[in-house]
Write a protein that binds this ligand. Sequence first.
Ligand code: MTE
Ligand code: MO
Length: 325
Amino acid sequence: MMPIRRRGWEIKDNEATPETVFLNRRAFMSATGAAAAVGGLGTIGLGSALMTTRPARADDGVLPSLLPAKRNEAYVLDRSLTPQKDNENYNNFYEFGTSKYVARAAQELKSRPWTVKIDGLVAKPLELDFDDLVRKVALEERLYRHRCVEAWSMTIPWTGFPLAALVALANPTSGAKYVQFETGVQDGPGMGGFYPWPYTEGLTMAEANNELAFLAVGTYGKVMAKQNGAPIRLAVPWKYGFKSIKSISRISFVKDRPQTFWEQLQSSEYGFWANVNPAVSHPRWSQAQERVLGTGKEAPTLIYNGYGQYVADLYKDMKGEQLFM
Ligand SMILES: Nc1nc2c(c(=O)[nH]1)N[C@H]1C(S)=C(S)[C@@H](COP(=O)(O)O)O[C@H]1N2
Ligand SMILES: [Mo]
């Protein structure tokens, strides 16, 4: 049940989803019938017919006219991009179910019209219409690695803009020490049970202003597929994937460190910092290696997922914190 190393695509899906395994055990332990919340496990495979690249949809708004955005060549990779079909057909989006095959279910997400509410410790709370927001910022493409805490990885061409640009728009007061993100998915078919919905995440102000922190609105030069977190999601590539919250509808500037979705579920396994580190094992598996999706191969995991030159300084005075969990 607790594989230390897993091999490519040979493994069964229910072994490839440690986050699910944890939740499933909780469900079995629960006397309240919450097992229904992980009912998706029983249907693995049924929803797995591949979603193919979609044409622009009627509800895509202004974004298609701004794409493709120019690639920012500063962010280089040492591996090839994950095939788009893998990126769009092997997802974590618990609001739509615990299986990896939620692409079809996620098409129910109503991603337009969409507003991002900005509140908390700011000069003036804002409600930004998604179309207005993407017109206001300078979109660019960045190639980033993505490392899930479950020991698999992808390499993704995102289109979006630096989170720092949104922080500047928000104009937080000096009392703001953290940024909290909340997902706008209110009634996904996977929601219910013991999960602390809505999905929330958080960063320090310094992390949010780091040049790597990115708000993505597109992938592979196109409008982002719904299963990847349309219309706007975070990409913080030096942290485990669960920090990169999807379908954001609220960003709050706060004084105290926010409690995140995963922290509330199991803080000893999925903490606030969640920086990638091959030397710090998850309590139930090693983080030394990763399955590089689309290749059938494993590769060594890198400290800060290879982004130490950008982010290591953020943590140099935080020795007492659980930075890698
Ligand atoms: N709202 C929301 N955001 C989420 C998740 C989720 O279940 N709900 N899963 C996270 C996890 S665990 C990962 S690995 C990535 C997966 O993103 P992808 O499916 O686009 O590869 O999204 C993250 N963001
Ligand atoms: Mo993940």
